[in-house]
Ligand binder design. Structure first.
Ligand SMILES: Cc1cc2nc3c(=O)[nH]c(=O)nc-3n(C[C@H](O)[C@H](O)[C@H](O)COP(=O)(O)OP(=O)(O)OC[C@H]3O[C@@H](n4cnc5c(N)ncnc54)[C@H](O)[C@@H]3O)c2cc1C
Length: 544
């Protein structure tokens, strides 16, 4: 939505396409806040924000992109405020900012613990105000490539059935993450990495796909997120002995260390027998009822509804869960991909501001700042270039392929393959990674790919055919899993979210201070590399 607004305001004729209603986008689930060095709670500036982000990324983030993000963030947040985003306030009426993990200053602006919900609704109001065309509940299945450029999309109309081809001089993918590749995830059912896979299928590279972030505080067994804002407000993490175990892993930052560090600490406590039923405990009780009700109201409700625990009186059982994909479609700082006319921004892109580990609060900011930039560039390209031609064969070929799938009567339903994929990714490509498990996962994914060739869609109907769309999503996820696993096997070091304590426990800047790039050739993933862009900061030991 931020990209569309910018493109419209630059003079382009814009449409949004979304497989769910735009306000149901998963951004609406973001709780804790959005990072910008406003300096309202301390002496802060974009340089400090940049350094924290570079260090948080375990030095894999591209420093030019990080500096852009941190320099543009304050104005971009004020823009959201002027559009009507109701941020929580300091006593003197400025935007309040809370501490977040691995941030040297309190710089996370928030709207209680429903920040994403507030931002999504503000942006949707701006979309409506501009009267932008919204193809709501249209499932994009394919991108149209013609004459070496992207010229639109082919979508399945969820409400009425049938394919629709939408031509466009430029297309911006903003399709979000792929957390559904895992069983224990904070991500919604819609987060299946569609745009990443669609770009991959046109030969565009995916970057740093091994870097899946595990959030330290997800609620068992659903995976519902308990926001980092809890720890920002002062919550403790305890093991079964009642110890604040982070003193052994991050003695200075404690519960406000970076997510990769805390997730590994939790998993170690659980693996070594100091967990509580496969969890550790997040204790908010000392914050007091008043603070919990004022600032963490939504968190209290989530833990009461999903775990039957009232954090005013009891600690919340939490464990690491798949949360955020640092990897995605390889783009430059304007969202451009290697295919002319195709852009990407937000979680589906890898620009890369998060490198090997994202800091909480930086993802929402990325969607806004790089959404805006992609919108501006895509509009400029569209306004200064030629017409759109979508060959008739594009939709005819897609129709043919779809019909083949729908005509198939014997085979396996998508669900079993999808469940197996998610369970095995969790098992073999989780917080800690072993070479033999990753290799096993590679074989498992290959086997699932073969079974997918015979997948059967039992619902042959037109209206809200979830059976069909879930089958198509499964195809996307299988492609992405192949990319993740090959990149994970080949990155023979431990950096950020990619932890190999058993064979390569250390970061290896000499050999691996570079991005993985995976392309798909003849249906098989192929690995390449790309240097990290450094501006000011040389790699240092990363302690918290
Ligand atoms: C529970 C949770 C809490 C979080 N909290 C924070 C936080 O406090 N601060 C922070 O900075 N980050 C947070 N994050 C991360 C952040 O919210 C996300 O990275 C970000 O919101 C993703 O935004 P997006 O626009 O890229 O994707 P999304 O908001 O997921 O939107 C994707 C859009 O693409 C559409 N789409 C997808 N596939 C298709 C298709 N095939 N056809 C048509 N449309 C399609 C969807 O309909 C949707 O509209 C959180 C993440 C989670 C899961």
């Amino acid at each position: 939505m931020r990209a569309a607004i910018e493109a419209h305001d630059a003079g382009a004729d814009v449409a949004l396409v979304s497989k769910i209603h735009p306000t149901r986008s998963h951004s609406g689930a973001a709780e804790g806040g959005i990072n910008a060095a406003l300096g309202n709670a301390s002496e802060d500036d974009p340089e400090k924000h940049s350094f924290d982000t570079v260090k948080g990324s375990d030095y894999l983030g591209d420093q030019d992109a990080i500096e852009i993000l941190c320099n543009e963030a304050p104005d971009d947040v004020y823009q959201l405020e002027h559009w009507g985003a109701v941020f929580s306030r300091t006593d003197d009426g400025r935007i309040a900012q809370r501490p977040f993990g691995a941030a040297g200053e309190p710089r996370t602006a928030y709207a209680a613990d429903i920040t994403g919900h507030v931002l999504v609704h503000v942006l949707y109001e701006q979309v409506m105000k501009r009267d932008l065309k919204v193809y709501e509940e249209f499932f994009v299945w394919k991108l149209v490539e013609h004459e070496d450029r992207c010229q639109g999309v082919i979508a399945w109309n969820l409400l009425d059935g049938g394919l629709a081809t939408i031509g466009a001089k430029t297309v911006i993918l903003t399709t979000g993450g792929a957390g559904r590749l895992y069983t224990g995830t904070t991500n919604a059912y819609a987060c299946t990495g569609d745009g990443m896979a669609q770009a991959l299928r046109l030969g565009v590279a995916l970057e740093d796909m091994e870097m899946m972030q595990f959030h330290p505080t997800t609620l068992a067994p659903t995976g519902v997120l308990i926001t980092e804002g809890c720890r920002g407000e002062g919550a403790y993490l305890l093991n079964s002995d009642g110890d604040r175990f982070l003193k052994n892993y991050a003695p200075n930052a404690m519960e406000l260390a970076s997510r990769d560090v805390i997730s590994r600490a939790e998993q170690t406590e659980i693996d070594e027998g100091r967990g509580v039923d496969g969890n550790v405990l997040l204790d908010l009780r000392h914050l007091g009822a008043e603070k919990i009700l004022e600032r963490l109201h939504g968190t209290r409700e989530l833990s009461m509804v999903f775990a039957g625990v009232d954090p005013i009186h009891e600690p919340i059982p939490v464990r690491p869960g798949a949360h955020y994909h640092m990897g995605g479609v390889d783009t430059d700082v304007w969202g451009r991909t290697s295919l002319e006319g195709l852009y990407a921004a937000g979680e589906c892109a890898c620009v890369s501001v998060h490198g090997a580990n994202r800091l909480g609060g930086n993802a929402l900011m990325e969607t806004i700042t790089f959404g805006k930039r992609a919108g501006a560039h895509a509009a400029d390209w569209a306004l200064t270039h030629t017409t759109v031609t979508v060959p008739e064969s594009a939709e005819a070929d897609a129709q043919h392929e779809l019909q083949e799938l729908l005509d198939r009567d014997d085979g396996e339903r998508p669900w079993s393959i999808r469940n197996e994929l998610a369970e095995t990714m969790h098992e073999n490509f989780g917080v800690f990674r072993r070479e033999e498990q990753m290799r096993r996962q590679e074989e498992i994914v290959d086997g699932l790919h073969e079974r997918y060739e015979q997948v059967v869609v039992e619902d042959k109907g037109d209206i809200f055919n979830n059976d069909l769309t879930q089958a198509l999503e499964l195809g996307f996820m299988l492609d992405l899993a192949s990319c993740m696993v090959i990149a994970g096997i080949e990155r023979k070091e431990s950096r950020g979210a990619h932890a190999r304590p058993y064979d390569f426990p250390d970061r290896d800047d000499e050999n691996y201070l570079r991005h993985t790039l995976v392309t798909m050739e003849n249906g098989a993933p192929r690995l390449g590399w790309k240097p990290v862009t450094m501006t000011k900061w040389q790699p240092m030991e990363r302690t918290y």
